[in-house]
Design a protein. Structure first.
Length: 438
């Protein structure tokens, strides 16, 4: 890819030396103690990964290379006549560490357009599935089918030097990201639009072309795709899709295999399905109340009912965040500009006013504020993308930007095979007994 690839390697060499120096001087220092609760309960809060692309702060939300969501919306280049950032710019920022110019973004757009052709055998794999198959199942299988194109796998089989791993991972990353919108749109049109496919338009940017292939030509929907694909791209390295991609990549699996692993994690109900659960909760509420515009009092009563039944209010709470997710705020600002009178969008806003005090009042919820999923489904529904099972595929296309940029860094910095130590409960009991006797 020319100068972008060269710039990335130069930056990676500098940082690799810096990390080596840190480990030589401070490798034995403890960042924090690990409790048994953390060991047993999902390793929450244990610092055990380095992810260069983004950092999640409990109060400020996600920062990409130090920039907040509002700063990204201001600083990243935009499409002509548009107001939302282009995901190509965020990818450049995560990869290089610098805010890109318009020329940088145009360069990446053109590169992805050139690499976007999907081999026929990938479509054959998709067609081999029953149309009723979940979109994420088809999407992950298609990514695996693309693995035949892996330059890293071929080069590794030929016996390349470890110093060259990053270069082939980079090439695979660029090709895979380029082809994901075509694959995702093909699955969408196959499953929901009677197989009436739309050919790509190489003159459009990555997000606009995705919208076009899905069948949506509204300029504001293209803007929504640019925003959506930007804000869902990364969420530091500990979430399931990012960690799974990193973990499998640490075994020197190529980017196709690594990303497919991340997508099987994203398909899980506790990770990527949250936005469709939010919209279904709202729809069930409206159906039960027999209105598409419930009052705040009705919403409050329904929230109490949900909690009484032992259920959660989907879209509220986050494992790390302790304030309103800036990604929620970005979508709310988009909605105020493009669809302020949509009944479902207005319901999302009313839930936002009503839910936090109720959740906080239970005394059991650390974070009563909305996350990104609390709003995205309503925006997609507004534009007619009503097929909720497909929402996770949109998430997956976006998440490729962050996890694959991070995978490039993993190989450029020579990160090793990930292999944490595990123990048995019997070992824990003996350890505790030894501590008591001491």
């Amino acid at each position: 890819m020319g100068y972008v690839k060269d710039t990335f390697k130069s930056n990676a060499d500098i940082q690799s030396k810096e990390i080596k120096s840190i480990l030589e001087q401070h490798g034995n220092k403890k960042i924090e103690d690990v409790t048994l609760a953390q060991v047993y309960q999902g390793m929450r809060g244990i610092t055990g990964l380095v992810t260069e692309t983004s950092l999640l702060d409990s109060n400020e939300g996600i920062r990409f290379r130090g920039f907040s969501i509002p700063e990204l919306r201001e600083k990243l280049p935009k499409a002509e006549g548009g107001s939302e950032p282009l995901p190509e710019g965020l990818f450049f920022l995560m990869l290089i560490g610098d805010v890109p110019t318009q020329e940088d973004v145009d360069h990446i757009s053109a590169t992805w357009a050139r690499r976007s052709h999907v081999p026929n055998h990938v479509f054959d794999v998709i067609e081999s599935f029953p149309v009723s198959s979940h979109p994420m199942t088809q999407f992950t299988a298609a990514v695996l089918a693309l693995q035949t194109e892996s330059k890293f796998a071929k080069a590794y089989a030929d016996g390349i030097s470890k110093k060259e791993y990053w270069s082939y991972v980079y090439e695979d990353t660029m090709t895979l990201i380029a082809r994901l919108p075509r694959i995702a749109a093909y699955i969408y049109r196959r499953k929901y639009k009677n197989g009436e496919h739309i050919q790509p338009d190489g003159m459009l940017d990555w997000s606009a072309n995705f919208a076009h292939m899905l069948g949506y030509e509204d300029e504001s929907f293209k803007e929504l795709m640019r925003l959506y694909l930007t804000i869902h791209a990364d969420h530091e390295g500990g979430n399931v899709s990012a960690h799974a991609t990193h973990l499998v990549g640490s075994a020197l699996s190529d980017p196709y295999l690594s990303f497919a692993a991340g997508m099987t994690g994203l398909a899980g109900p506790l990770h990527g399905l949250a936005n469709q659960e939010v919209i279904r909760w709202i729809e069930e509420m409206c159906k039960e109340l027999d209105t598409n515009a419930p009052s705040k009092e009705q919403i409050a009563a329904y929230i109490h009912k949900t909690l009484t039944e032992g259920k959660v209010v989907p879209g509220y709470g986050h494992a790390v965040l302790r304030k309103t997710d800036p990604r929620f705020t970005a979508q709310m600002e988009f909605a105020k500009r493009h669809c302020p009178n949509d009944p479902t969008v207005q319901t999302v806003w009313n839930v936002y006013e009503v839910a936090p005090p109720i959740l906080e009042g239970t005394g059991k919820i650390k974070n009563p504020w909305p996350n990104v999923d609390a709003h995205s489904g309503a925006l997609l529904k507004h534009y007619g993308l009503i097929e909720e099972d497909f929402y996770t595929v949109l998430f997956g296309v976006s998440r490729a930007l962050g996890v694959l940029a991070s995978l490039c860094w993993d190989r450029a910095l020579g990160f090793p095979l990930e292999r944490p130590k595990s123990v048995t409960t019997e070992w824990v009991k003996k350890f505790l007994a030894k501590e008591e006797n001491a």
